[in-house]
Design a protein around this ligand. Structure first.
Ligand SMILES: [Zn+2]
Length: 91
């Protein structure tokens, strides 16, 4: 969970997508200090954001784990080329 500064009252507020509230046609995150809706999305955007969060939570830990379980020292850290003396297109 992240903490951000409310654009209205400048106080620290929790950034939590689970705290989105339905306000008419939009989903808003309301500052717990001043009540200002500092974040607002439409239904489709909310679904996209939540889907993105789910994907990140599902797949990124695996990628990080996979990377750490790999012996990265044995992976090539750079790719070298020899000198090209003559290219085939010049024949
Ligand atoms: Zn505020």
């Amino acid at each position: 969970m992240k903490t951000i500064a409310c654009p209205t009252c400048k106080q620290d507020v929790q950034w939590d997508m689970n705290r989105l509230q339905k306000l008419e046609e939009r989903w808003v995150m309301v500052c717990e200090k001043c009540g200002d809706p500092f974040f607002s999305v439409i239904e489709e955007e909310k679904e996209m954001i939540l889907a993105g969060i789910r994907l990140t939570e599902e797949y990124v830990p695996d990628i990080i784990h996979a990377y750490h379980s790999e012996d990265v020292k044995n992976l090539p850290s750079r790719v070298g080329f020899g000198v090209i003396k003559k290219s085939n297109s010049e024949d």
